[in-house]
Design a protein around this ligand. Structure first.
Ligand code: ADP
Length: 514
């Protein structure tokens, strides 16, 4: 904002004493003052100099104030014109205001009156200046924003990963070149088109639609979907909701990565593990059997030290055989070679057999192992019986292992839909939820699992090590196998556990609809 000395006020009045009086007062206020005794001269000055305020007498000989006002407004509408008028011509003053004069001052006036009117005009000029400054700033910001926006667009467009942004209705807001290339989408994709117009992969479409609408998927912060394009290309899409400042979901952003190399490496690793395990299994089994034979024959003949060493060796080979068995099982699950032989099965019979078989082990520890079946006949589930045997075999064996002598193990079967086990303290594993499911709880009153281990027990080779579990042998592959099989079957598993009180592993299995 200009200071007073940088502002010029022009006084146009035919009365000399008004001109001189005003000039004196305004100069004292610090303004630069020009005067003109008639409209013509006044207009000349307005055009020649940068004038901010004009004090204009309306009643002048020659060109009258009203005409001068019209010319000033035409020349520069931003100049503030204050008309000077006698009491008798107050209507003319109002007329002048209608024509664009900013204010008026009646004649004769006191110095204070003039100061007030001028201060008001100055304040008005200050506000106009401020508004203009803000407007310039806004324009600059908009220009910056525009540049930023196009810069971000360029960056997103050149990203090696595929990026798709959708609105809440699942319409495309942005799709970069990598996304089109990875998904093998030909030609341009117009903004506003529904995702269905260029994506055909059903699972991915469903995920994008759900996340765009802000629907949480399996309680996870982001949703993932892996799929194959053609024979040898594997992609992974991760979708996250886009939230507005108020936390409302306004769409989704999908990041698409080519995971073909990872998949191939994984496949190679699986094949390698499977091959090595397979090669090791037969010689190890032979060693194990031979050790058993030697041990049987040496009764009382050899020293107890030798017997001890050989029986330790036999235990160790048994451990290795279990490990190899588990590794082969996991390799099969990961290669997608399990649960192929699905058929409708009655789980009650299967569970009875497993509980009978493991009953001997439980009795060895003087534990009570019981199976609770509902009175009504159970519906069929579509599964591979071998997978079901492996799932509950592992869970019940764990319950026996991690429960002290004389403990209790209960296998309880119930039927949904009811309330699914809440998350919270429980560790939710597995993916798809079933609307109508069969629930099997494997409940023990054993050692329990501390909260900090919960999220790890489904990871490969993870074993909880403490005073109570020290002497229990295992591979740390049982629960990963259970989870892998349940993922394949579309089931899920949750755990609730209190250290020193026991654990409950809950399995949900989708029942056959027909
Ligand atoms: P393993 O039993 O061979 O060690 P698992 O993958 O079956 O491997 O289990 C991983 C770990 O989870 C176990 O080492 C054990 O610490 C814990 N765990 C599993 N089931 C139970 C249970 N019923 N009670 C207490 N801890 C358990």
């Amino acid at each position: 904002m200009k200071s007073e000395s940088e502002m010029t006020i022009l006084v146009i009045d035919d009365e000399q004493n008004i001109r001189e009086g005003s000039q004196r007062i305004l100069s004292r206020m610090g303004y630069r003052v020009l005067t003109a005794s008639n409209g013509q001269d006044g207009l000349g000055l307005v055009q020649a100099q940068r004038v901010s305020i004009v004090l204009l007498d309306l009643k002048m000989p020659g060109m009258d104030g009203m005409e001068v006002l019209t010319h000033i407004r035409l020349f520069d509408p931003e100049i503030l014109v204050i008309v000077i008028t006698g009491y008798a011509t107050i209507e003319t003053a109002i007329e002048a205001m209608k024509k664009g004069a900013y204010d008026f001052i009646p004649k004769p006036f006191e110095p204070d009156q003039l100061r007030i009117v001028i201060n008001r005009a100055r304040e008005r000029l200050r506000l106009i200046d401020e508004t203009r400054r803000l407007e310039r700033e806004r324009e600059r910001n908009l220009a910056d924003l525009g540049t930023e926006k196009s810069r971000i667009r360029t960056i997103v467009e050149t990203l090696p990963n595929g990026v798709l942004v959708t609105n809440v209705e699942g319409r495309i807001a942005l799709m970069n070149a990598a996304f089109r290339w990875l998904m093998e989408i030909d030609g341009e994709v117009s903004a506003g088109a529904p995702v269905e117009s260029c994506i055909t992969e059903a699972g991915m479409l469903q995920m994008i639609r759900d996340v765009s609408k802000g629907e949480e998927r399996n309680g996870a912060a982001d949703a993932r979907y892996e799929f194959a394009v053609g024979e040898e290309k594997f992609l992974q899409a991760i979708a996250k909701p886009v939230l507005s400042e108020s936390g409302e979901c306004v769409g989704a952003v999908v990041n698409l990565t080519d995971i073909t190399t990872m998949k191939l490496l994984d496949r190679l690793k699986n094949e390698f593990v499977a091959k090595v395990s397979h090669e090791l299994r037969s010689p190890l089994s032979t060693i194990h059997e031979q050790l058993a034979l030697v041990l049987r024959d040496m009764v009382e003949k050899e020293s107890s030290r030798d017997q001890y060493l050989l029986s330790r060796a036999k235990e160790k080979t048994q451990g290795l055989i279990s490990l190899i068995g588990d590794l082969l099982d996991l390799s099969h699950i990961e290669a997608g070679n399990v649960c192929k032989d699905r058929k409708p099965i009655q789980i009650a019979e299967l569970l009875k057999n497993i509980v009978d078989f493991l009953g001997t082990k439980a009795r060895g520890k003087r534990q009570r192992l019981e199976l609770d079946l509902p009175p009504a006949p159970l519906p069929f589930i579509e599964a591979d019986p071998m997978a079901i045997e492996s799932i509950f075999g592992n869970l019940i064996t764990n319950a026996i292992h991690y429960t002290p002598e004389e403990g209790e193990i209960n296998v309880r079967v119930t039927l949904g839909p009811g309330d699914e086990p809440a998350s919270g303290a429980a560790t939710i594993e597995g993916a798809k939820s079933a609307s109508s499911w069969l629930r099997v709880d494997v409940i023990d009153n054993g050692f329990g699992i501390e909260e900090r281990h919960m999220e790890n027990i489904f990871k490969r080779f993870y074993r909880v090590k403490n005073e109570k579990t020290r002497f229990i042998t295992g591979t740390g592959l049982g629960l990963p196998i259970v989870k892998g099989l349940l993922d394949e079957l579309g089931g899920r598993i949750t755990v609730q556990s209190i250290p020193d009180h026991g654990s409950t592993f809950t399995v949900l299995l989708p029942v056959c609809r027909a």
